[in-house]
Design a protein around this ligand. Structure first.
Ligand SMILES: Cc1ncc(COP(=O)(O)O)c(C=O)c1O
Length: 412
């Protein structure tokens, strides 16, 4: 691929089997949105669906829990997510945040794998995953230990003391992707459980949790699943374990008969036992729209497009931005990466702000990483082309070097 032109990008879009999917989203016309790995775009059907639920609430009031089966939504939406991640219906439930679901499943792992104490993880895991483990360590003291290390050292660190291997499948900062099947098999060989965080994978590629023998997983609803800001998260428990879990974070919605109001906790018989409190119905309605879209697409095509966009971005940066201070921090091969590409730049924050002013939206992760995400349902090849030209221009002209671009907002 030398001298790649905009016409070539247009031709790639014309051949894209997913090109029609972009029309499912409400994107501002002049914006190039390369942050769907952080907050997915708004599906066009969401406002009406949310409005309908609000109308149901106004008209049918509390009866809606039964009439509109609101009470069944965490499981129903969970079953839809199961299809995206290679799980069975009844193994996934939508609830709470990813962080809280991590707590639920880490505490569950203590029960499922007694006599072991090490939570093994990656030093560069997403902070919340490590914070939850650190909090648990403070709570339980010597009963558990948290060991973190570079990804390459993980296989050798798996030993008979490892309770659970807790990893994020696709690294939030670099996009580097673990070999889920190989690491899960290696963990199993030493009797360790696996707990995968799928936040940056689900909706961007096919996943095969059961085929890989994964024990536990969590993930968020607001990134590639397009559930909206603060969308509820989900958790997966392999069928073989569900009935063995006595939730530490027990709550009435996980009770076998919540409306018996029995003051002693008795877990529900299925994955519902991992519910805690009342489901966020309006947010669930929005998430359901985002998930539903995936019923019309083949995730293999989604992954193929994600790799094509990532490869194109890398190639164009090499072609257009050589000598402009960028260092690739993602794997060079888009096939080893999730649906994003990241570059380090000493003034990365300011560069991202200058790009945003030009309507090219990526984001920044300290200390110096610029992230560009490719949500395959709505990012086009021409968007990648135009984004790289904007990046080149911002770098070449030092347009980023203005005081307003250095002012750090709370959210980066
Ligand atoms: C890998 C990963 N895990 C967890 C989270 C946080 O999830 P939540 O805010 O739902 O707890 C994020 C947020 O970006 C993430 O990237």
């Amino acid at each position: 691929m030398t001298d790649f032109t905009r016409e070539v990008a247009e031709a790639m879009d014309a051949r894209d089997p997913l090109s029609a999917c972009r029309g499912w989203f409400m994107l501002p016309p002049d914006v190039i949105y390369l942050d769907g790995n952080s907050l997915g775009a708004l599906p066009g059907a969401t406002p009406k669906r949310v409005a309908r639920v609000v109308e149901d609430w106004g008209r049918d009031l509390i009866g809606s829990w039964n009439h509109h089966d609101w009470i069944g939504w965490p499981r129903r939406v969970g079953d839809r997510i199961a299809r995206l991640i290679g799980a069975e219906p009844g193994e996934v439930i939508v609830a709470d945040s990813t962080s809280i679901n991590l707590f639920k499943l880490l505490t569950a792992s203590l029960e499922l794998n007694p006599g072991r104490r090490t939570i093994l993880s990656e030093v560069d895991n997403f902070p919340t995953d490590l914070h939850v483990a650190q909090g648990l360590r403070r709570l339980l003291g010597e009963q558990i230990d948290l060991r973190t290390m570079e990804a390459s050292r993980l296989p050798a660190a798996l030993d008979s003391d490892v309770l659970v291997l807790m990893l994020t499948h696709v690294n939030y900062r670099t996009g580097a992707m673990h070999d889920m099947a190989a690491l899960t098999a290696a963990a199993r060989r030493v009797g360790a459980l696996t707990l995968w965080d799928l936040s940056h994978s689900a909706g961007a590629m096919p996943l095969a949790l059961n085929a890989a023998g994964v024990d536990l997983a969590v993930g968020g609803g607001y990134k590639f699943l397009n559930g909206g800001p603060g969308a509820p998260a989900y958790l997966f428990v392999a069928k073989r374990w569900i009935e063995r879990i006595q939730p530490a974070l027990a709550g009435w919605m996980g009770h076998a008969r919540p409306f018996d109001f029995d003051t002693s906790y008795a877990p529900a018989s299925g994955i519902e036992r991992l519910l805690v409190g009342t489901p966020p119905v309006i947010s669930l309605a929005a998430l359901d729209v985002g998930i539903e879209l995936f019923e019309q697409v083949d995730l293999r095509l989604v992954r193929a497009k994600s790799i094509a966009l990532g490869t194109l971005f890398r190639h164009l940066v090499t072609q257009e931005c050589a000598g402009l201070g960028l260092t690739l921090v993602s794997p060079a091969d888009a096939g080893q990466c999730g649906s994003q590409v990241s570059y380090a730049h000493s003034d990365g924050y300011a560069v991202i702000q200058a790009l945003i002013e030009r309507q090219v939206i990526g984001d920044f992760r300290g200390p110096d990483v610029m992230r560009f995400g490719f949500a395959p349902l709505y990012v086009r090849h021409v968007d990648v082309f135009d984004a790289v030209l904007a990046l080149r221009d911002v770098l070449k002209t030092r347009a980023w070097d203005q005081p307003r671009f250095h002012l750090r907002a709370l959210v980066t």
